[in-house]
Write a protein that binds this ligand. Sequence first.
Ligand SMILES: Nc1ncnc2c1ncn2[C@@H]1O[C@H](COP(=O)(O)OP(=O)(O)OP(=O)(O)O)[C@@H](O)[C@H]1O
Ligand SMILES: [Mg+2]
Length: 267
Amino acid sequence: MSIERLSTGIPALDEMLAGGIPRGFTVAVTGEPGTGKTILCIHFIAQGIRDGDKCIYVTTEESRESIITQASQFGFDFSRAISEGKLVLIDALMGVEDQWTIKSLNIEELVSKIIEAKKTLGYGRARLVIDSLSAFWLDKPAMARRHSYFVKKVLYKWDFTILATSQYAITTSEAFGWGIEHIADGIIRFRRHVKGGTLKRYILIEKMRHTPHSLSMHEIMIEHGKGLVILGPVEERREDIALPKKVMEKIRRASEKAQLELAGDSY
Ligand SMILES: Nc1ncnc2c1ncn2[C@@H]1O[C@H](COP(=O)(O)OP(=O)(O)OP(=O)(O)O)[C@@H](O)[C@H]1O
Ligand SMILES: [Mg+2]
């Protein structure tokens, strides 16, 4: 049985994904700051606009204007897509408050706003970006898994294929809930590494159900006028790319604490 796949907007990445992301999947996009998560999301939405999909982009850390500017640097006209009714950009109180603002980082409010946007865009195949989903549990990492499950379950019937970003930073690894990775149908992980005094970025598909995907880490570049470019597979030593041991230990402890909190939670 052949599976319908959505192009990511980056042909070389589609190839790594055996054609693209299966329709209806929820994919976690994770990685350190500045590694390319938002830029991948922008490509995914730009491709959706081209394919005639209903597109929704939720931005929690950047303003709508910032997303529009970033998209325009890679040749995508998001303002036009918005005025043509192909895209709804939702923000979390980053600028002027209007219909497409969520007033708090509350998961129920997020989901009902997304459904409102989908109803406005109309019936049909849809793409959703939540950038970032981890913002919704910053103050309560233990809720990561439950919140992600809620989002996935409620939005499933609305014909969305979802990219949800999730951050971790070396200093705030507690804020990184390991929730979304487990409920996600796929995980695309970004990495960064300074080599010979230069910042290098990488992408790795860690999980994609129903997909004979690439297992190789690929070096990427973010190019002005073009966006995310896949340079090719790399053979790095694990130690070069892995998070430092101290950080892994911190994440492990945070995750244990989260499990304990969840065990005593009746939400
Ligand atoms: N026009 C451009 N030309 C070249 N590089 C760019 C351009 N715009 C952005 N970049 C690069 O992309 C980086 C931002 O990538 P992106 O916004 O996708 O990061 P991110 O993974 O979403 O980070 P965060 O977790 O902080 O949101 C910038 O720091 C810069 O290095
Ligand atoms: Mg970002």
